[in-house]
Design a protein around this ligand. Structure first.
Ligand SMILES: Cc1ncc(COP(=O)(O)O)c(C=O)c1O
Length: 411
């Protein structure tokens, strides 16, 4: 080609760098490193036997359909199973409200493509899920971030932002939240805040996007109604729900689903047509079997007790190594796969990451979870993947490397 490639790239992606976590994880090739960086569920809770049985059954009875294209909105059997799954949360909808997606990330991508044009405003927490930011960034929106609080999004802060924006004639396209065990902080939004967030949505006529991969992974406390449920009890039609099977079943199947008003789902389905066409039937069949034939409630209970133990080990080891005077703080989630560790401001965790690798431990630097003006003294920790022994050892290694970094700042 004459000239450079870059000048030919579409403006939306010319400077697009994709997922920063991917680059962080690419450093972790040394098998001695204990990585708390990824967001992986543990293979210890994978339902291998049940999966094999379900895949054999599916191949025995449906092989020609498995090897064929399948309906774009999704397999009817999975849709029915999803509708029953949502009934547990008192979400009463029908097939026209559901689109099967090829993972949660695909669900986010469809949302961004449907709603966002360059310069459009999206309200997000600070910090928030980096994968949502990179999915939306493709459309070059403007993010307005409000710092999350121990009981969830700063809804009053969202209110002030909405008022300021309205004063300038700007209506955000949506408010994006992860109410249950947020990635990256593990924080859960209180019931009062969920209601208040819906009040804002109604008052300013701005939809709320509820991204909900972790809802069933609760290890303590009481389940709080989903935003979608609360909205249905009121007017309805203000919430779009994003779900994935990645965390409660397995990420390998790449299946999720979006729910919302029929008009939204229909348009997302058209975009899916042009974007990946259909989600593989085999993968959908495995998810149907997961919901209906593999002992769902028992599996969820097993995941809960398994992850609860790991979280306990992590929290206890942290408390033993970081006394209050260390200036190190961390969230104490009631579920999910992550927590958020904050170190004294003098430490930049993007630099600490390389010290940590020397100490054979890894995390994700917190700056990756901010849409703008990142804070530099936090890290995201995943506690679900490595063994309990490695978790305890990882905290010891972290403590050493933070201590060294603190000494350096005192010099
Ligand atoms: C909040 C949130 N949304 C969506 C996703 C994407 O899920 P998937 O692995 O199905 O693409 C994740 C994965 O970490 C997540 O934490």
């Amino acid at each position: 080609m004459r000239g450079d490639w870059r000048s030919r790239f579409a403006e939306n992606v010319r400077d697009y760098e994709g997922y920063p976590i991917g680059k962080t994880i690419a450093y972790l090739t040394d098998p001695e490193i204990i990585s708390l960086a990824g967001g992986l569920p543990s293979p210890d809770v994978f339902q291998r036997t049940e999966f094999r049985a379900a895949s054999e059954k599916s191949c025995d009875t449906e092989i020609d359909r498995i090897l064929q294209y399948s309906p774009i909105p999704g397999e009817a059997s999975l849709m029915d199973a999803v509708l029953r799954f949502l009934e547990r949360d008192h979400i009463h909808i029908s097939k026209e409200n559901v689109l099967i997606t090829t993972s949660g990330q695909h669900g986010l991508d469809l949302l961004g493509r449907l709603f966002l044009e360059p310069g459009d405003v999206v309200l997000v927490d600070r910090p928030t899920f980096a994968g949502a930011l990179v999915a939306f960034e493709m459309q070059r929106p403007r993010f307005v971030g409000v710092t999350i609080e121990p009981d969830g999004s700063d809804v009053e802060g969202f209110g002030r932002a909405l008022q300021d924006l309205a004063g300038n004639g700007i209506k955000p396209k949506f408010i994006y939240v992860v109410p249950d065990f947020q990635n990256p902080t593990g924080i859960t939004m209180s019931l009062a805040k969920r209601e208040a967030l819906l009040d804002l949505s109604y008052a300013y006529d701005v939809p709320v996007v509820e991204d909900s991969p972790y809802r069933d992974l609760r290890y303590a406390g009481e389940t709080i109604p989903a935003l979608y449920t609360l909205d249905q009890r009121r007017e309805g039609g203000h919430v779009i729900g994003l779900y994935t099977f990645s965390k409660i079943f397995c990420p390998g199947m790449r299946v999720g689903f979006n729910i919302g008003p029929p008009e939204v789902i229909e348009r997302m389905t058209h975009i899916k047509e042009g974007n990946i066409l259909n989600t593989p039937k085999f993968n959908q069949d495995m998810c149907t079997a997961f919901l209906e034939e593999m002992g769902f409630e028992k599996h969820v209970a097993r995941c809960q007790s398994y992850y609860r133990e790991k979280l306990d080990v992590f929290l206890k080891t942290m408390a033993a190594h970081f006394p209050p005077e260390s200036g190190v703080r961390w969230t104490k989630p009631e579920g999910g796969l992550f927590l958020w560790v904050s170190v004294p401001e003098a430490i930049d965790t993007a630099e600490l990451f390389f010290d940590a690798i020397e100490h054979k431990v890894a995390f994700v630097p917190g700056e990756q979870f901010y849409a703008e003006n990142p804070e530099h003294n936090h890290m995201r920790i995943n506690f679900s993947f490595v063994s309990k022994e490695d978790l305890a050892e990882a905290v010891k290694r972290l403590a050493k490397c933070i201590e060294t970094a603190l000494e350096r700042t005192r010099k």
